[in-house]
Design a binder for this molecule. Structure first.
Ligand SMILES: CC(C)(COP(=O)(O)OP(=O)(O)OC[C@H]1O[C@@H](n2cnc3c(N)ncnc32)[C@H](O)[C@@H]1OP(=O)(O)O)[C@@H](O)C(=O)NCCC(=O)NCCS
Length: 215
């Protein structure tokens, strides 16, 4: 995946953004609200299909989704739901949220719609795709490539030059040694230690991590 300059520019002009909408009044959204508050970015409203039941979240109005010209972040943890919503035409502009406590190299690239949680570290040369979640305390070392819609769960550690495919989740606390390639839409279960490449569309688990089943 070749990330374009557009990604780098968007991450560099982050400080100019003052307003954002969210899609999804979820627990994940609560964390993104904290991140945007810490960045002094106002959240004007939250879209949710369940707006009749959830009317507000942390004092922010929850309303029916409708097309907007404003920047939006899809605040839903499920990777395939995020992919579908990003292609639904709800907006052409997707924002980025990076907590001030995260350390992101100026030589890293981050795609639109991606959120970087508290204490995460993204090192030089790393490329993060669109609508990814880099969760609390995750560590992504130099030259990693994280494709669109992937989720790097809390405290997961990726050594240098790891490639994570589209829509893949790296489970909480997992470790991946350098130069490993993990396929797309795969789940690496919690606490795994990955020492060899993993295919697309599978569940893999354990220390040392082994293929378990296709999904
Ligand atoms: C929840 C979870 C443990 C179960 O996954 P699942 O698809 O239902 O998998 P199963 O329970 O059918 O297990 C499949 C196999 O993997 C094994 N397995 C599952 N999780 C494992 C783990 N964390 N460590 C070691 N083995 C594990 C099971 O024992 C089973 O092995 P077997 O076939 O040899 O008996 C897994 O989805 C997971 O770890 N998800 C990541 C959760 C996470 O990190 N969330 C972060 C949210 S922010």
């Amino acid at each position: 995946m070749e990330l374009t300059l557009q990604h780098a520019q968007q991450w560099n002009i982050l400080t100019e953004i003052t307003n954002m909408k969210l899609y999804g009044a979820s627990g994940h959204a609560k964390v993104i609200i904290d991140i945007l508050n810490a960045c002094n970015i106002n959240i004007s409203e939250i879209y949710d299909d369940n707006h009749n039941e959830i009317v507000s979240l942390h004092g922010i109005n929850v309303c029916q989704p409708h097309k907007t010209d404003e920047e939006i972040i899809i605040s839903i943890g499920n990777n395939s739901v995020r992919k579908n919503l990003s292609k639904s035409g709800i907006s052409d502009k997707f924002g980025i949220a990076i907590h001030p406590s995260a350390i992101v190299s100026p030589y890293a690239e981050i795609g639109e719609g991606t959120v970087v949680m508290q204490g995460a570290i993204i090192q030089a040369g790393a490329k993060i795709g669109r609508h990814c979640i880099i969760n609390t305390g995750a560590s992504i070392d130099h030259d990693c490539l994280i494709e669109d819609y992937a989720h790097i769960s809390p405290k997961a550690t990726l050594c240098g030059n790891v490639h994570v495919g589209e829509g893949t989740q790296i489970g909480v606390g997992s470790s991946i040694v350098p130069n490993i390639k993990i396929g797309k839409w795969t789940l690496i279960c919690a606490g795994s230690v990955v020492t060899k490449d993993m295919p697309d569309n599978c569940v893999a688990a354990g220390n040392f991590c082994e293929f378990k089943k296709f999904i």
